[in-house]
Design a protein around this ligand. Structure first.
Ligand code: UDP
Ligand code: MG
Length: 329
C-alpha cells in the first residue's frame, strides 16, 4: 500500500494504447504536460504501440528525444487494444496508473479530478460518460444494449457507460496483472479485482483526428469478451431451455393421452405421438447440453488463473503480531 509520502514522489503513469495515431500523439502529450504541471505531480506516459504503417512511432521517438517523460513499448505484431492495454499496465511504474485512449475522445483534463479522488483514498476512479459525441446512432444503441446485458447477467458489477478510461492505484494494477486472461477486458477484470471505487462523470468528445481503428466486428468481439468470461448465464440458459422444452412436451403428451382416452384416438395418432416424442427428446438433449454446460463452466473457472481472492488490508492489534525473534518464523 502507498504511504502518503510514496504518493508524492512516485510518478503517475498514463498508459495509452496506440495504432495509427500519428496526428494525435503530440497534442495528447502537450495536454498531459499541461495538466500534470497544473496538478504539480511527476508523471510518465507509457505508449503501448501496436506496430502500424503510419508515422506514430517516429513521432513518439522524436518526443522522447526532446526529453518528454515517455516510455515506448512496441509489440512484435498488432495485438489489439485490450491486450496492449494490459501489457501497458505491466510496464507502468507509477503510484497510480491512468488508462486513456490516444485519440483524445477521453478528455485528459479529467485526470485532475481523478487524481483528487485518488488522493482522497479511492483506489479505482472510473470515468463515466454522460454523453458521447461523434458516434453513430446504431453504435450507441448496441452499446446501450451491451451495458444493460452486462448489468443483468454479469457476475461482477461493471458500471454503465464506462470504458477503459480510469485511474487505478498501483496496488490494483499489481493485482490486475495477476489476472492472466487472454481477452484483456479491463472493465471486467478491474471489477473482479474489486477495491474502493468511485465514478467521475464526463462528456465524451469525438476523435481529435483520424478515424476509429476498431471495426464494428472488433467492437462486437470486445463485447463478447465482456460477457462470456464474466457470466455463467449464457451456458445456464441451455439447462433452463431444456427443462422448459421437456416439461412442455410432457404436459402436451399427458393432455393428448387423456383427451384420446375420452374422445378416442384419431386416425393420425401415430403422427401426433411422434411430434410429442420429438419435442420431449429435443428437450432432453438440450437439457443434457445444459448439464455439460455446468461442467464447462467449472472447467473454465478452474483453468482461468484468476486469484481466488484478494486481501485489501489486514488490521490487527500491535501485540497480536508475531515478534521478529519469536518462534512463529
Ligand atoms: N488501438 C490499438 N490497437 C488497435 C486498435 C486501436 O492500440 O488495434 C488504440 C487506438 O489507437 C486508440 C484506442 O485503441 O488509442 C481506441 O481505439 P479507437 O479510437 O479506434 O476505438 P473506439 O474509440 O472507436 O472504440
Ligand atoms: Mg476512439
Amino acid at each position: 500500500m502507498n504511504s502518503p509520502a510514496d504518493i508524492e514522489v512516485s510518478p503517475i503513469s498514463v498508459v495509452v494504447p496506440l495504432y495509427n495515431e500519428e496526428k494525435n500523439v503530440q497534442p495528447l502529450v502537450e495536454r498531459l504536460a499541461q495538466i500534470f504541471g497544473k496538478i504539480g505531480h511527476p508523471w510518465e506516459v507509457v505508449f503501448a504501440l501496436d506496430p502500424c504503417p503510419d508515422r506514430t512511432e517516429d513521432v513518439i521517438r522524436s518526443l522522447i528525444a526532446e526529453g518528454h517523460p515517455i516510455r515506448l513499448v512496441r509489440f512484435s505484431r498488432r495485438i489489439g487494444k485490450p491486450l496492449s492495454l494490459m501489457a501497458g499496465l505491466e510496464h507502468a511504474r507509477g503510484a497510480a496508473v491512468v488508462v486513456i485512449d490516444a485519440d483524445l475522445q477521453d478528455p485528459p483534463e479529467l485526470i485532475e479530478e481523478m487524481v483528487r479522488k485518488w488522493k482522497e483514498g479511492f483506489k479505482v476512479v472510473i470515468a463515466q460518460r454522460t454523453s458521447r459525441k461523434g458516434e453513430s446512432f446504431l453504435y450507441l444503441q448496441c452499446a446501450t444494449l451491451f451495458y444493460q446485458l452486462l448489468e443483468k447477467i454479469g457476475d461482477v458489477h461493471v458500471p454503465r457507460n464506462t470504458g477503459d478510461f480510469r485511474l487505478m492505484d498501483a496496488r490494483v494494477v499489481r493485482e490486475i496483472c495477476r489476472f492472466r486472461e487472454r481477452h484483456g477486458f479491463l472493465r471486467g477484470i478491474c471489477a473482479s479485482a474489486g477495491f474502493s471505487t468511485t465514478l467521475v462523470p464526463f462528456e465524451r468528445d469525438p476523435r481529435f483526428t483520424g478515424k476509429t481503428q476498431i471495426s464494428f466486428l472488433g467492437a462486437l468481439n470486445i463485447a463478447l469478451d465482456g460477457i462470456i468470461p464474466f457470466s455463467r448465464t449464457p451456458l445456464r440458459m441451455m439447462a433452463v431451455l431444456g427443462g422448459i422444452l421437456s416439461a412442455s412436451a410432457l404436459a402436451l403428451g399427458i393432455i393428448w393421452f387423456l383427451y384420446a382416452l375420452v374422445a378416442g384416438f384419431s386416425g393420425q395418432w401415430s403422427v401426433q405421438l411422434f411430434c410429442i416424442l420429438l419435442g420431449l427428446s429435443t428437450g432432453i438433449v438440450v437439457g443434457c447440453l445444459g448439464i455439460v454446460g455446468e461442467y464447462i463452466v467449472r472447467i473454465y473457472e478452474e483453468t482461468r488463473t484468476r486469484p481466488l481472492y484478494i486481501v485489501d488490508e489486514i488490521v490487527e492489534a500491535e501485540n497480536a503480531r508475531p515478534s521478529h525473534h519469536g518462534h512463529m518464523r
